[in-house]
Design a protein around this ligand. Structure first.
Ligand code: ADP
Length: 347
């Protein structure tokens, strides 16, 4: 329903986005994920008609909208700063958007009330934005964007600036609303947890170029390249050159021998290896297995539902493992860490 086709944007000499193509199907929730300056907002603004592409086309519901002004595209937008009018009430803010989209006075009244119901704020219509919490302001902003039934909803870092608990709550809430109205959504964030927890599809961007377009699961479990592996989720990293022993592909990294999941990989290839923290098992005693290394615990962060444990291995490298919450071990303890060969990501 939205098709971004070879979108390129130069600001003078600077290439902000290069040859970016992706599609969003009707009702889908897609996230543009990448570090600051990678071209997310430029892409979003081009879809909204606020940035003129240097090259490429943008199609919405089969219509080429590349040369249409923003007001001729039926797009809803909500930003990090909610951009609500502070002197207007919540009701007036929502009504303003509807009037701009040509709704009649009678329809405006009905739609405002429906939108307030949708975002669970039926009793806040007479409040001014300044009287609301950050989360409530975001809800009003969303109500205003959804009230006129846009073809697509564009969300630019809407949860940035909210505290962690509220942010997690808002993720679930946003997903529920999105499914309820079945609005096609493009969400922009630098936060990998937002992306992984909310999206049907994630477009990972770096330096204006798409790195991987995939489901959250595949982005995390099968990253396309080292950038994606390192940007999306934590891991323990090793590098080395592939050799084969008894038909088994292995990598020697300093003193460590690491067996790989797939033996079909060629000899002499330089590879980067990544192991996710939840795939590393920790024990105070040796487990007598392949891919097992001795280390000393340097840090234990109790996260409530689990602990994140950092250890220095014998060669000085660092490993990161998740264990059960409040594990019975301490900083400076000797431990053994192991991971199954099939959980090693090879890039
Ligand atoms: P993101 O949203 O991922 O942080 P942006 O799309 O805002 O990235 O920016 C991409 C690149 O384009 C950055 O290098 C940024 O400095 C540059 N840029 C963005 N807007 C402009 C502009 N109006 N003029 C010149 N350069 C810009």
């Amino acid at each position: 329903m939205l098709e971004v086709d070879s979108f390129t944007k130069y600001y003078g000499e600077l290439c902000a986005v290069e040859d970016l193509s992706f599609r969003i199907e009707e009702g889908e929730f897609v996230t543009l994920l990448g570090p600051s300056g990678c071209g997310k907002s430029t892409t979003l603004h081009a879809i909204a008609g606020l940035v003129e592409p240097t090259d490429g086309r943008i199609r919405l519901r089969g219509t080429d909208v590349t040369d249409l002004p923003p007001e001729k595209r039926n797009i809803g937008m909500a930003f990090q700063s909610t951009a609500l009018f502070p002197h207007m009430t919540v009701r007036e803010n929502i009504a303003y958007g509807l009037k701009m989209h040509g709704y009649s006075a009678a329809d405006v009244e009905d739609r405002v009330e429906e939108s307030l119901e949708l975002v669970d704020m039926p009793d806040h219509g007479d409040h001014k934005p300044g009287e609301l919490s950050g989360g409530q302001q975001q809800r009003v902003s969303l109500a205003r964007s959804l009230a006129y039934e846009p073809d697509i909803l564009l969300l630019d870092e809407p949860l940035t600036g909210l505290d962690r608990v509220l942010r997690e709550e808002m993720r679930g809430w946003l997903n529920r609303i999105q499914r309820e109205v079945n609005v096609t959504t493009l969400y922009v964030t630098h936060d990998q947890e937002d992306a992984l927890s909310m999206s049907d599809t994630v477009v990972v961007l770096n330096d204006g170029q798409a790195q991987q377009i995939d489901s959250p699961e595949r982005i995390y479990e099968s990253p396309a390249n080292p950038f994606v592996a390192e940007f999306v989720g934590k891991s323990t990293q090793f590098t080395g050159t592939v050799t084969h022993e008894n038909g088994q592909a292995v990598v020697y990294n300093d003193e460590k021998r690491i067996t790989l999941p797939d033996s079909s990989i060629d000899d002499d290839q330089s590879v980067s290896l990544y192991v996710r923290p939840e795939d590393i098992e920790v024990s105070p005693e040796p487990m007598g297995a392949e891919n097992e290394f001795r280390g000393i615990i340097t840090d234990i962060a109790n996260l409530g539902n689990r602990a994140e444990l950092s250890a220095t291995l014998e060669d000085g490298s660092t490993a990161l493992a998740h264990t059960t919450r409040f594990p019975d071990i301490d900083v400076d303890d000797d431990i053994f860490l192991r991971f199954p060969a099939e959980r090693v990501i090879v890039l």
